[in-house]
Design a protein around this ligand. Structure first.
Ligand code: HAM
Length: 422
């Protein structure tokens, strides 16, 4: 039997309703925060992510699904959404839109060739937002607030916001030099990737999974000590806004993120629920001034985040939160006898045309089994069509909530059923 590929999952009826509910809530929130939806392709030119995400990151070096198409083009399944949104922003000259900043959101599958484990998939769905065109620290707080609001709306209590500043380019190069000086004398003790990163991007060493227990990791120079006054001021403002919005947070100077485009604000939201598993990050994001230029657009600041629905659902499960999902079936049509069964097709069609969620039996089952189905699917009403009723132009309708039964005229069924079910 051909099985599902490792690290992917089927989302079946019974679970998919959770996804729909979450995606719906996320959309509503974006409407409230005035972010508009953008849909970009599942695959892009691989070069986009080499330039955007960074060619020294694990995501690009080890985890990207790259392939050649029949025209010998190097393509990649998108490992994340930001680079693609920025590409679209540049390609469609959205920097020229009258309404600035441009505030966008997306939901869709992303692909990373990672070692699958709880909370880590090779195909996962990210919900993300990107705000392009503003350097106001208030928008950093807005973006963080949106993510926190989604978790709150869904009822999560045990979430923790961690923020850091990676500074502007001046602060970053000062920090970079300090990192090189710190690691260089003993770089031979590190893995080949880190040796390669020393010159290209020493910040990435701090994110290495293999060498994370090396003693030099703990004593590495912290970016916080290298922030210049503008960067410190900016970071301070972001924190002030978060405080004003009553969003609790902690500052963690070791938070560096796994993608290269960040500067200034970087943040992650973790689950602190017991039994959540080893991977606790629910959401990650930050500011990426300079990324638009890297993707051949005009200098434009930007900030955003992404979170996966998979980890969000795990967090809900870890906190035992049941989403208020109701399967809505207005009417189940039960028919007794051959001609009633044939007539039920018409009745069912009328119900659906009038906007009701309705269903009937298609397995020629006995009345008892039909009622059982009506019960199982939680139908509000059952329309009972027997041979006698049919001959008299009637249909019985039972309210399944209170057991009351009435007889309606078949000729005015929809009108009478509408009144009854209001
Ligand atoms: P990221 O930290 O690579 O950032 O991913 C963001 C979120 O995607 C993670 O916090 C996690 O919820 C989810 N995620 C990542 N990998 C997996 C996986 N293998 N399985 C399940 N969930 C996963 C980004 O992707 C940036 N584009 C975020 C961003 C947007 N920054 C600015 N704007």
């Amino acid at each position: 039997m051909v099985k599902i590929p490792r690290g992917t999952q089927d989302i079946l009826p019974g679970t998919v309703e959770k996804w729909q509910y979450i995606e719906e809530k996320a959309k509503e929130l974006c409407q409230r925060f005035q972010y508009q939806e953008i849909r970009t392709p599942i695959f892009e030119h691989a070069e986009l992510f080499l330039r955007g995400v960074g060619d020294t990151t694990d995501i690009v070096q080890k985890e990207m699904y790259v392939f050649k198409d029949r025209g010998e083009r190097d393509l990649a399944l998108r490992p994340e959404g930001t680079a693609a949104v920025v590409r679209a922003f540049v390609e469609h000259k959205m920097f020229g839109y009258a309404n600035q900043p441009v505030k966008l959101f997306y939901t869709g599958p992303m692909f990373r060739y990672e070692r699958p484990q709880a909370g880590r998939y090779r195909q996962f769905v990210q919900f993300g937002v990107e705000a392009l065109g503003s350097e106001d620290p208030a928008i950093d707080a807005e973006v963080i607030g949106l993510a926190m609001n989604l978790y709150e709306t869904l009822g999560l209590k045990k979430v923790k916001l961690v923020i850091n500043s990676l500074g502007d380019s001046e602060s970053r190069s000062a920090h970079r030099e300090a990192l090189v000086a710190h690691f260089q004398p003993r770089i031979g003790e590190f893995c080949a990737d880190c040796q390669n990163r020393l010159e290209k991007n020493p910040l990435r060493i701090l994110d290495c999974k293999k060498d994370r227990h090396h003693e030099l990791m703990n004593t590495a120079p912290s970016i916080i000590d290298y922030l210049n006054s503008e960067s410190t001021l900016y970071f301070g403002k972001v924190q002030q806004y978060l405080q004003r919005m009553n969003i609790p947070f902690t500052v963690d100077a070791t938070l560096v993120r796994g993608l290269d485009y960040y500067n200034h604000t970087a943040f992650e939201i973790m689950s602190e629920a017991e039994g959540f598993g080893a991977i606790t990050t629910l959401c990650g994001g930050g500011r990426y001034n300079g990324l638009v230029e890297m993707i051949d657009g005009p200098s434009t600041p930007g900030i955003g985040f992404a979170l996966s629905i998979e980890r969000l659902i795990s967090a809900l499960e870890a906190e035992n939160i049941e989403l208020p999902i109701k399967q809505k079936v207005d009417c189940y049509v039960v028919s007794l006898g051959d001609s009633a069964r044939e007539y039920s097709v018409k009745l069912l069609h009328q119900l659906r045309q009038a906007g009701f969620a309705a269903d009937k039996d298609y397995l020629n089952r006995k009345a008892k089994a039909q009622f059982k189905t009506a019960d199982r699917i939680n139908a509000r009403f059952v329309a009972i069509l027997g041979e006698d009723e049919l001959q008299n132009g009637k249909v019985k309708v039972k309210n399944m909530e209170n057991g009351e039964q009435v007889e309606l005229e078949l000729a005015q069924f929809i009108q009478q059923f509408s009144e009854l079910s209001q």
